[in-house]
Design a protein around this ligand. Structure first.
Ligand SMILES: *[C@@H]1O[C@H](CO)[C@@H](O)[C@H](O)[C@H]1NC(C)=O
Ligand SMILES: *[C@@H]1O[C@H](CO)[C@@H](O)[C@H](O)[C@H]1NC(C)=O
Length: 350
């Protein structure tokens, strides 16, 4: 009787949250493997898909701020394999993701202080940080991170009190990008409560300013008319990860639930819009730069944060690793129609 009332109490306070089953689709490992096999030699990395040839990756030199994202995506699939195991349904058995991630990272090792990457060495360090989580004694990865960290530290100017973002031909021009200051992760390392308060305010602003359809726009302040305001699937998947991270630092269940349900809503809406079974990227509807006329693309960091969102949901115990994509008779995997009714619901106990 006590057990029964406890159970009822738990069910009454639980919310029925939905998560996109595409998160664990076998199309993910199969596309990522195909992209790995198509990497140019000498290595270049995918950044976004070609607006003129929709769904086809464009490749960029290692000396590009985004070049760590594809290698770290391979590490992320290794993490997924550790968390979810290998099943026919998840398709993770098609490659040794760790070996592929290590091999793909090697192209980043020759970057030196003269790179055009500027302050973005943190992104380039991602795969090496993942390597150290697996093998903390890997000296190659330790050296790479230390080198990038020294490059970043050298960009701090005590007179200005800031870290210079990009170089400029005009020596009096000291450019600082706002996203150097908005990482909620910052709080995790410093425990400075101002960072947590700022992260909460930014998350609140983000969720309160989402359009009614729940789809993350490329710019909240862009006019809705006359031109349609394009979505940015990469901003959406990144924010999902940020909200999940923020939820971990909350101590009340209500606060945790607020961020988790916001994350799941954004994830579901963007997956409905942007999941693509035919493009080389996992997601479409990314905006790299609307003024640069670079939108309606897949983006390598959008895909990375999509996979990572699935992995984080598993780590937090909010979803299982299963996909509900049904195999078709010829054994190829075809995605289910993307309707909300095709969604599997997960009971999330918060
Ligand atoms: C150490 O890390 C580098 C860079 O990530 C990788 O290429 C290399 O294979 C790793 N070495 C070992 C022994 O795992
Ligand atoms: C999403 O991307 C598809 C394919 O590029 C495009 O046809 C569609 O208009 C986009 N939708 C939105 C809302 O941006």
């Amino acid at each position: 009787m006590l057990l029964q009332s406890l159970l009822l109490a738990v069910l009454a306070t639980s919310t029925l949250a939905q998560f996109p089953p595409e998160l664990f689709s076998p199309l993910i490992p199969s596309k990522i493997l195909a992209t790995t096999n198509a990497l140019p030699n000498p290595i270049q990395y995918p950044q976004y898909t070609d607006a003129r040839n929709p769904g086809r990756w464009l490749y960029f030199s290692p000396n590009t701020w985004t070049s760590g994202f594809f290698p770290v995506t391979l590490y992320e699939l290794n993490t997924r394999r550790q968390r979810c195991g290998v099943t026919q349904a998840n398709g993770l058995g098609v490659a040794d993701w760790l070996a592929l991630g290590r091999a793909a990272s090697n192209g980043l090792l020759n970057l030196n202080a003269d790179t055009g990457i500027g302050h973005d060495v943190g992104f380039i360090s991602f795969p090496f940080v993942e390597e150290l989580a697996i093998n903390p004694r890997n000296q190659t990865a330790i050296d790479a991170i230390n080198r990038f960290a020294r490059q970043l530290a050298a960009r701090f100017n005590p007179t200005v009190g800031c870290t210079r973002s990009w170089d400029s031909s005009n020596p009096t021009n000291f450019q600082v990008i706002i996203d150097q200051y908005d990482e909620p992760r910052v709080y995790r390392l410093t425990r400075n409560p101002n960072y947590l308060a700022t992260a909460r305010r930014m998350a609140t602003y983000f969720l309160n300013n989402l359009p009614a359809d729940g789809i993350v726009p490329w710019d909240f302040n862009a006019p809705l008319t006359p031109a349609p305001r394009p979505a940015d699937s990469s901003a959406a998947t990144l924010v999902v990860n940020a909200l999940l991270l923020l939820s971990e630092h909350e101590t009340t269940e209500a606060a945790k639930q607020q961020w988790i349900s916001g994350a799941l809503r954004i994830l579901e809406k963007i997956t409905d819009l942007a999941w693509s079974s035919s493009w080389q990227s996992l997601l479409s509807n990314g905006t790299v730069s609307l003024p640069g006329n670079n939108f309606l693309t897949g983006i390598v960091y959008g895909d990375y944060y999509f996979i990572r969102a699935g992995n984080e949901l598993v780590r937090l115990g909010l979803t299982s690793c299963r996909s509900n994509l049904r195999p078709s008779p010829n054994n190829n995997v075809s995605p289910q129609p993307q309707t909300s009714s095709g969604r599997r619901s997960a009971r999330v106990l918060l």
